[in-house]
Design a protein around this ligand. Structure first.
Ligand code: AMP
Length: 205
């Protein structure tokens, strides 16, 4: 049995067609059910659909053999005990620093609101910029507007969310897309099956 962990939400919409092309389908009634472990068209493959941030955790501990997660989540998690084997080129966006204007970055200690605590810390450390990270779980764009922070670190796709909140993208931290990750032990014990899936997915990108 092979278990694949998929991220809920915007990544899922782009992941399902990609898996279908590789030969793996989940029926609509499975997807619309309240089940947490879903059957697929194949007897030896099950799918779990979980929060994006939980995907590397399940794969790291071997509760899922493979997973699909955003590079943003993998960078933040640290990605131990798992191999990142494929860039799927879906759910593309950029991890960026944004503020009301570049003047707002001219602070001795920059207050940064983000859910990407580790990535933000690493970035500003590399820049030699002292910072205070304020961890938020959503609506980061609000923080500079209400004076909670000088800037934010967040994902930017079209830039519309920033614009609607009077913010502009300033520094580019990372290009983000979804990646296929494999538990390192599963890669050895289920090598043939996993390699077949990697090829099937890669050949249909
Ligand atoms: P946009 O307005 O198109 O720039 O999208 C920005 C909003 O969508 C932010 O709240 C982001 O956190 C979120 N977002 C954009 N791209 C992604 C992605 N690939 N994965 C997850 N969230 C995203």
């Amino acid at each position: 049995m092979l278990t694949i962990a998929l991220s809920k939400g915007r990544i899922l919409e782009q992941t399902l067609p990609l898996l279908k092309k590789a030969g793996l389908e989940i029926a609509d009634d499975e997807l619309n059910s309240r089940k947490l472990i879903l059957d697929t068209n194949l007897d030896d493959v099950k799918v779990i659909i979980i929060r994006a941030t939980d995907v590397p955790v399940f794969v790291q501990h071997g509760a899922a053999d493979m997973g699909i997660a955003g590079k943003d989540v993998l960078l933040e998690h640290g990605a131990n005990n798992l191999f990142e084997v494929l860039d799927l080129g879906i759910a593309k966006c950029k991890l960026m620093v944004a503020a009301k204007s570049s003047d707002h970055l001219n602070e001795n200690t920059l207050k940064v609101a983000t859910k990407y605590v580790n990535s933000a810390k690493r970035y500003f450390e590399k820049q030699g910029q002292s910072c205070e990270i304020i961890k938020l779980y959503g609506a980061m764009e609000l923080a500079p507007v209400v004076g909670l922070s000088h800037c934010i670190v967040d994902l930017v796709d079209t830039g519309n969310t920033l614009k609607a909140n009077g913010l502009i993208p300033l520094d580019h931290i990372e290009d983000i897309s979804s990646r296929l990750v494999i538990n390192s032990a599963s890669f050895k014990t289920k090598n043939t099956q996993i390699k077949t899936w990697i090829s099937a997915i890669e050949n249909n990108l």
